[in-house]
Design a protein. Structure first.
Length: 324
């Protein structure tokens, strides 16, 4: 097996690590420093990812102990799952934002009840009992693919990667504590899941997370538009050169989705009912249904925040209705 490693500018390497999801790969980044190597994200904890990293280090002629720092852009399992495994082999410090430190503990920590709370969230929003049970079990099984490290909260406004200063840019939306790294002189953005080419990042509501993630996400996109970025290096898909244009396309996508959901909620419907209409062209498994419901909820709650929709509780089930 040969891994297709791409060099980006000076001392930055783009590493495709396989994941068992439709995107196929997460792109982690290895950065050569004066005293060794830093990583940005690590991947999902499974055999394929471990084999890929073994091959990468062999191709790069790098020993595990030469990696001294791992920066996690957020706590999701395709980025964070190998955290403990990688730290054990490297001895590296593992950094994450304060907000996602808390969510990582909540979701992947010992005695987590997040799976049960997600199941309850789905039931409360109209999901049939059998599907809610499957969603709950799917979420529970994900925890098997996360190895927890000793984490350090990243509180500094900048980090040194590749002997250059990178600004730490909080970009809440995809997760509450999602961060990007920006190299101002070279106009490079390590974008993680904030901006993706072709697909749009999932913006969802989860137990314990922000009540208006879509509002946060749109504000974060607008924040990046204020920067001068010539090249965005995302965690999935192709590198992005037309960053401002892509941001505008993503904002337009969400506005269209908001308009569609507003129409679907005319006479009062549950998030599950609306998600069924939105995704009727797809055959979703329980893992995908979890995201479909949670993303529909994020749009509905945005419309509640803006006063366009109101919520009604009927027999412990939440219905959303146009606020006429």
């Amino acid at each position: 097996m040969v891994v297709n490693i791409e060099q980006i500018g000076k001392n930055i390497y783009r590493i495709p690590v396989p994941i068992p999801f439709p995107m196929k790969y997460i792109y982690c980044y290895m950065v050569r420093d004066a005293d060794g190597w830093s990583l940005v994200d690590a991947g999902f904890h499974n055999t394929e990812a471990i084999e890929a990293w073994e091959q990468v280090l062999k191709q790069m002629n790098v020993r595990y102990e030469q990696i001294h720092s791992i920066y996690f852009t957020h706590f999701h399992p395709d980025h964070f799952g190998l955290a403990g495994w990688m730290q054990e082999r490297t001895g590296a410090k593992a950094y994450i934002s304060k907000e996602d430190f808390a969510m990582a503990q909540r979701v992947w920590g010992k005695n987590s009840s997040q799976a049960e709370q997600i199941g309850e969230m789905c039931r409360k929003n109209g999901t049939p009992e059998d599907l809610a049970d499957e969603i709950e079990e799917s979420m529970r099984s994900l925890a098997k693919h996360v190895t927890f490290p000793e984490l350090t909260i990243l509180e500094d406004g900048e980090v040194i990667l590749g002997e250059r200063k990178w600004e730490v840019i909080p970009t809440p939306g995809h997760s509450d504590g999602h961060i990007c790294f920006y190299q101002r002189e070279e106009r490079l953005l390590l974008a993680a899941d904030h901006i993706l080419d072709k697909i749009t990042p999932n913006i969802s509501i989860w137990p314990g997370s922000s009540k208006n993630p879509l509002g946060n996400y749109i504000s974060s996109l607008e924040k990046i538009q204020q920067l001068q970025v010539d090249l965005a290096l995302p965690a999935h898909g192709a590198m992005i050169e037309r960053v401002d244009d892509r941001i505008s396309e993503i904002i337009q996508h969400h506005q269209k989705r908001l308009d569609q959901i507003f129409r679907l909620a005319k006479d009062g419907r549950t998030a599950y009912d609306i998600a069924q209409d939105l995704f009727q062209h797809k055959s979703l498994n329980s893992h995908q249904w979890r995201f479909a419901i949670a993303e529909t909820l994020s749009h509905l709650e945005y419309l509640v925040f803006t006063g366009q929709i109101k919520k009604e509780n009927r027999n412990d089930i939440v219905f959303y209705k146009q606020n006429k």
